[in-house]
Write a protein that binds this ligand. Structure first.
Ligand SMILES: [Zn+2]
Length: 349
């Protein structure tokens, strides 16, 4: 093992909160101050089975065995084991990135004397915070959150130096109106082997058009238990990218349409509409900043016509309005930008 930056786990847990973490992973939650509910990301969940206790900073799923504190949530979202020392460390680094901070910020125990041995800390289970301590710290929250706005410049997803060998013709794509030539143009296709085996791999590029990740969509609507619909690379920070931004920029428009998913983005882009996809429902500050930096002045939110989409739109409008002019269009129940009529799309032409 190489030498690691020492991380004060207690201080990290103190600062890390569920709403920030949920937003990072694009997970929508119910409204509430002390109790939140989400569709469990650790099993295929259609009713919100995962309960989050905001006072204690812990979660528990009633549909599967998943439970723990906010740091353990991140560890498990990254595919790690919260009992494993290496995974705890990796999860902590991800959590620090989510907060837009650096490991150095958590290098010193804030209230403890120097020279404390890291050994037992690193091996310790990321334990649950007593509520009193959390409350005592909430006072300095606003100042810390203010750093969110300045998060993007330092953080960056690494450029990938590989290309997957993909089959552009697949029933899953045909069903979505994506013919082989179109799949080839968007660089996506079915992956027969490797970590994306059995999935439709979709390349994600940064605003410079550099490949930063492949996301793998399970290539069937019937998804087995404990299998993710979408699989992202472990270290990939979705909140820093917008799917299709590099293509949208080539259209040289001042306005942009914001959708949730890949298929919606592809349909609109193919119709000549400048569009980016969130790869989820919630926009991050970094994404909002990216929109402006890419030269767009006006944005139209066109999220899915369902509860998560509508719930996210309000919060998103708030964040986006700091950077661009925002308007929000609501789709009819059950409609998505990839299923609405051609007539509806004409208004963006
Ligand atoms: Zn679960």
């Amino acid at each position: 093992m190489t030498q690691k930056q020492w991380i004060e786990f207690a201080a990290l847990r103190e600062e890390l909160d569920f709403p920030t973490v949920l937003q990072h992973y694009g997970l929508t939650h119910s409204e509430g101050k002390t109790q939140l509910k989400i569709n469990c990301p650790f099993h295929e969940d259609h009713s919100p089975s995962c309960s989050i206790n905001m006072t204690r900073g812990i979660f528990k799923c009633f549909g599967c065995a998943a439970k723990g504190n906010v740091l353990e949530f991140v560890i498990q979202m990254e595919g790690g084991n919260p009992e494993d020392r290496e995974d705890i460390y990796k999860g902590a680094l991800t959590a620090i990135e989510i907060l837009g901070r650096t490991p150095e910020d958590f290098a010193k125990p804030s209230s403890n004397p120097k020279g404390k041995k890291p050994a037992h800390k690193a091996s310790g289970k990321a334990d649950t915070k007593p509520s009193k301590q959390r409350d005592a710290k909430t006072a300095d929250k606003p100042a810390q959150r203010a750093s969110d706005d300045a998060e993007s410049p330092a953080k960056k997803n690494a450029v990938l130096d590989l290309q997957l060998d993909l089959e552009h013709e697949h029933p899953f794509l045909i069903e979505r109106g994506i013919e082989p030539d179109m799949a080839e143009r968007y660089g996506l296709g079915f992956c027969a082997g490797g970590i994306m085996k059995g999935r439709i791999a979709i390349p994600i590029h940064n605003q410079l058009g550099e490949l930063v990740a492949y996301v793998g969509r399970y290539a069937n609507e019937h998804i087995p238990d404990k299998v993710d619909r979408y699989r992202f690379p472990k270290r990939f920070l979705k909140s820093l990218e917008l799917y299709n931004i590099h293509r949208a920029m080539t259209l040289e428009k001042r306005y942009l349409v914001l959708v949730e998913g890949y298929w919606s983005a592809i349909r609109l882009h193919d119709a000549g509409i400048p569009v980016v996809a969130l790869m989820g429902t919630s926009v991050s500050h970094a994404q909002a900043q990216l929109v402006r930096e890419a030269g767009f002045k006006f944005i139209t939110q066109l999220l899915d016509g369902d509860d998560p989409g509508r719930a996210a739109a309000k919060e998103n409008a708030h964040i986006l309005a700091k950077h661009v002019y925002v308007r929000t269009l609501e789709l009819p129940d059950g409609e998505k930008p990839d299923t609405v009529s051609e007539d509806f799309l004409k208004q963006f032409g």
